[in-house]
Design a protein around this ligand. Structure first.
Ligand SMILES: [Ca+2]
Ligand SMILES: [Ca+2]
Length: 260
């Protein structure tokens, strides 16, 4: 049976679209609007595929300037008592984070950032009822955040361990990867066509292989120690972290699946 290597596809996708080389002109700098409605003035006249990439998303959203926990705290503040976020509160979180870093200096960048925020919300609001789950969302967003590797290890474990019992079960592991891949598919538009499988299939296959490898004592759950070893090894260090390492994770675990 023929197989396709997801990593080669993703890496090719990264190198073709990952420079974030979108340049804005000085004229566009004139109106830097701080009011949230005007800040996100939407003018979707350009082709998203021309500028969208994982690097562009990280730069435009500015989450790279924050540790994962700082980002999660911001979203937790906006979430309701059931851990749900409306589209409006989701947007407010980004507006709050972005005005602190003040990294968007052109109208073009502001519009692009707004477009990404809208797309991300759509990716998680699968039943389109304008409500998304906070924990699922933040797991996905973790791949866009900054921070040191130590901080990321503990943040990642907390994100995987959804029921907070101190272990990561396979369903928790798979749920985390699904969130991460939802973000990947959106901010790297060529991913799905190059990989050739749905985000659910990718999460299922990747989770199975990675979980087997990490579960050293084969008790079907990951302790913090097992998780830490895996996450900080060459195989695991990419998940939820920088894009090159993330892709390296797939290379070394040799994720493969049948072609259609
Ligand atoms: Ca758990
Ligand atoms: Ca185990």
């Amino acid at each position: 049976m023929e197989t396709v290597n997801a990593v080669e596809a993703i890496n090719a996708s990264n190198s073709s679209g990952g420079t974030g080389g979108d340049v804005s002109t000085d004229e566009e700098d004139e109106d830097f609007l701080r009011d949230t409605d005007q800040y996100f003035e939407d003018e979707d006249t350009e082709d998203v595929d021309d500028w969208m990439s994982l690097d562009a998303a990280r730069r435009l959203l500015g989450l790279i300037y924050y540790e994962p926990n700082e980002v999660f705290e911001e979203f937790a503040l906006q979430a309701d008592s059931q851990g749900l976020l409306s589209r409006e509160s989701f947007e407010q979180c980004f507006f709050s984070l972005m005005t602190r870093t003040n990294h968007l200096t052109t109208a073009t960048d502001q519009n692009r950032a707004h477009h990404i925020i809208d797309m991300l919300y759509d990716a998680f609001d699968t039943d389109q009822n304008d409500v998304i789950d906070f924990s699922e969302l933040t797991a996905g967003l973790s791949i866009l955040c900054g921070g040191t590797s130590g901080m990321r290890t503990s943040a990642a474990f907390a994100l995987y361990d959804l029921n907070n019992d101190g272990f990561i079960s396979f369903p928790e592991f798979q749920s985390y990867l699904l969130s991460v891949f939802k973000v990947m598919y959106r901010v790297q538009p060529s991913t799905q066509s190059m990989v050739g499988v749905s985000v659910e299939e990718l999460a299922a296959v990747t989770a199975r292989d990675a979980f087997e490898e990490a579960d050293l004592n084969h008790d079907h759950r990951l302790s913090y120690s097992e998780f830490k070893s895996w996450y900080e090894s060459a195989n695991g260090s990419g998940v939820g972290m920088s894009p090159p390492l993330y892709c390296h994770c797939w290379t070394t675990t040799a994720v493969k699946w049948p072609t259609r």
